[in-house]
Design a protein around this ligand. Structure first.
Ligand SMILES: [Zn+2]
Length: 121
């Protein structure tokens, strides 16, 4: 769910200033990544292994999951700590970018409601 900004009570000038600030801040990080990282423990293929006999399972393993459409998920193992860190950083950058876009979008909706132009000021 998107964060709801309380823009309705702000002056049009304040909204325009905030919008200008957001537009200045906005840039797309090269590593931006819309995905999740999930942690999994699993059993192995060896029947004699402790993991099949009440012992601890193997892991943790970290998988990147990316929902492409309903029921269509891109999922693969992040094999190295470097991959895991790169994934986490890219996901965080995506989250920040999305939050900025969401606020900008809500400001634009409020400006539109007031009959203000949205572009070219
Ligand atoms: Zn095992």
């Amino acid at each position: 769910m998107a964060r709801i900004f309380n823009h309705a009570r702000k002056s049009t000038l304040a909204l325009r200033q905030r919008k200008g600030f957001l537009l200045q801040q906005l840039r797309v990080p090269a590593d931006v990544l819309r995905a999740s990282v999930v942690e999994r423990f699993s059993t192995c293929g060896k029947a004699q292994c402790h993991c099949h006999h009440g012992g601890s399972k193997h892991g943790p393993f970290y998988y990147l999951t990316q929902c492409l459409a309903v029921g269509k998920i891109n999922k693969f193992l992040l094999k190295t700590p470097a991959q895991q860190q790169a994934a986490q950083a890219g996901i965080e950058h995506y989250r920040q970018l999305q939050a900025q876009l969401e606020e900008l979008s809500q400001i634009n909706a409020q400006l539109l409601r007031r009959g203000e132009p949205l572009a070219g000021e």
